[in-house]
Design a protein around this ligand. Structure first.
Ligand code: MG
Length: 192
């Protein structure tokens, strides 16, 4: 691996932005990083911080930690989506993929910025898929989070990913290193 890539086990910050403002931050652990793709792990017990969530409802992840099996998130440079891998409890049986539509990661030294596009695609191992949160998108346009042109582009990207069908990813049997502690938010989030 060349310079500039993170090491396996590093903790980096996932920063959610909207129109240039950081509204959400959480720590993830680097599983693999390279030119082709980056894989990070959201561990159970991870807390999320919402310093500037701009909308009048409470963010659904506010005030609670991640529960259940952690999720492995895969991102290829430049892609306007990540693929989240979910496993069922109590056995660690692969459950489904979750295409999180979002802006491509903008990497910093110890963090990356992105902007969640709210609309997601849930893909099951049997080959079926469905939108998630599609019923909320018109309301987000009405409230100004996205323009109708942006929503059309977000939807097109979801359809494009389904047509590309990047499943299985090869990470379906992955297991986290049990020695990894739950990553914590740093004292000074600005330093990342
Ligand atoms: Mg989403």
């Amino acid at each position: 691996m060349g310079a500039g890539f993170w090491e396996q086990g590093d903790v980096v910050l996932w920063r959610e932005t909207w129109r240039g403002e950081t509204w959400g931050i959480f720590p993830v652990r680097v599983v693999e990083d390279g030119e082709a793709a980056t894989a990070v792990y959201i561990a159970p017990g991870t807390w999320f911080d919402f310093p500037a969530w701009p909308w009048d409802e409470v963010h659904p992840w506010s005030g609670r930690a991640w529960t259940g099996h952690g999720t492995l998130v895969l991102h290829r440079p430049g892609d306007a989506f990540t693929i989240w891998h979910f496993w069922e409890e109590p056995e660690r049986r692969f459950a489904h993929w979750y295409v999180n539509l979002q802006e491509p990661w903008l990497r910093g030294a110890h963090a990356f910025d992105t902007c969640d596009h709210e609309l997601d695609v849930v893909v099951r191992p049997d080959g079926s898929w469905r939108w998630k949160d599609e019923d909320r998108m018109d309301d987000w346009v009405r409230r100004g989070r996205f323009t109708s042109e942006e929503l059309a582009a977000i939807r097109r990207e979801g359809e494009r990913v389904v047509a590309e069908w990047p499943f299985p990813t090869g990470w379906e049997d992955w297991q986290p290193d049990p020695s990894w502690p739950v990553p914590a938010l740093p004292e000074d989030e600005e330093a990342a």
